[in-house]
Write a protein that binds this ligand. Sequence first.
Ligand code: PLP
Length: 391
Amino acid sequence: MDDLVYLDNAATTFPKPEEVVEFMATFCRTKGVNPGRTGFDLALEAEGIIAGARAALARRFGGTDPDRLVFSHNVTDSLNLLINSVLEPGDHVVSTTVEHNSVLRPLYHHRERGVDVDLVPFDGHGFVDPEAVIARIRPTTRLVVMNHGSNVLGTLQPISPVGAACRERGVLFAVDAAQTAGVVPIDVAAMNIDVLCFTGHKSLYGPTGTGGMYVAEHVDIRPCRSGGTGVKSALERQPDEYPWRLEFGTLNTVGIAGLLAGQRWIDTQGGVEAIHAREMELWRRLREGMTAMDGVVLYAAGSEERHLPVLAFNIEGLPPEKTGQLLDVDHGIITRTGLHCAPLVHAGLGTAATGGTVRFSLGAFNTGADVDRALAALAEITEYALAGTRL
Ligand SMILES: Cc1ncc(COP(=O)(O)O)c(C=O)c1O
């Protein structure tokens, strides 16, 4: 079907802007050499693109030092690097039950090594109480790592007060911004974030295989990895200076070029806030239509101000997988069903044993016509489900 409605933007945004695709192709054809390793002109040009991407992303996150914007493969890679570099047996770490497996699994790994892992639950509206997180901090707490926006529920978590409390107590505060980078404004200084971990392929409109972290100026991480940097090659250990301190081996230069083009594209669309306002207008229309339908159960969709353009739902009488299949096969609407790599969210919602939820997630390319198609499809599917329950 060539008129697919893509509502799985929280997994990865699709399509990518043509400008991103074109920029990567041109970069690959004309500058696809290994930068930072040598001084010939092409390498310097390629390095200029990478430096431009660092500067654009540092600016996007309110960071003042582009060298502290380090690149990785994705947010999972950044979170693993951070968590594995800072935690030692005997440490205490605070996190939440909203987390994605890219936080939970590294923490569980360290729990087996003697790290005490404390997970704060979310409330009935999908929010974590910042005071509850702060109350768990104790003298052995080495790290608080927290989700900024839930990939299941779309709720925006109150990270700033947690960051402020961590700063006062000398505890490292890291944020998983997979769902929020490029969706809502982020300012690492104003939000008291020590380490911001992001992925490039979602709402930053870069390709898959890109991501990184912004490490605040007062923070130093001793990396658990090491390797080639192209600088200070005689050193036996990783250089202390950023970005080399946290970058290992050849970068995904083509992908990073695409990520730079993604930042430029976001700016041509009026910026993060303008895109978000358009997406949330569609989200409200979708939510209103779904609220009016019999048989649709929405989860944590009450707050507009602290929400991403994500809607979690189920249809009474249908397993989420079946709903997703009907939306896809009969109506050409692409969604994501299941546990969304966040099993504790479903444990909290009570949807873990029944296959999770269905997720609609909107992106910059969605239109009102897409929302109308989704609502018409749901009207048909709920009728089918109701008829099934009557049999
Ligand atoms: C909240 C959250 N954290 C982490 C990830 C992992 O992202 P990636 O696969 O790009 O590392 C995702 C992606 O779905 C996410 O939504």
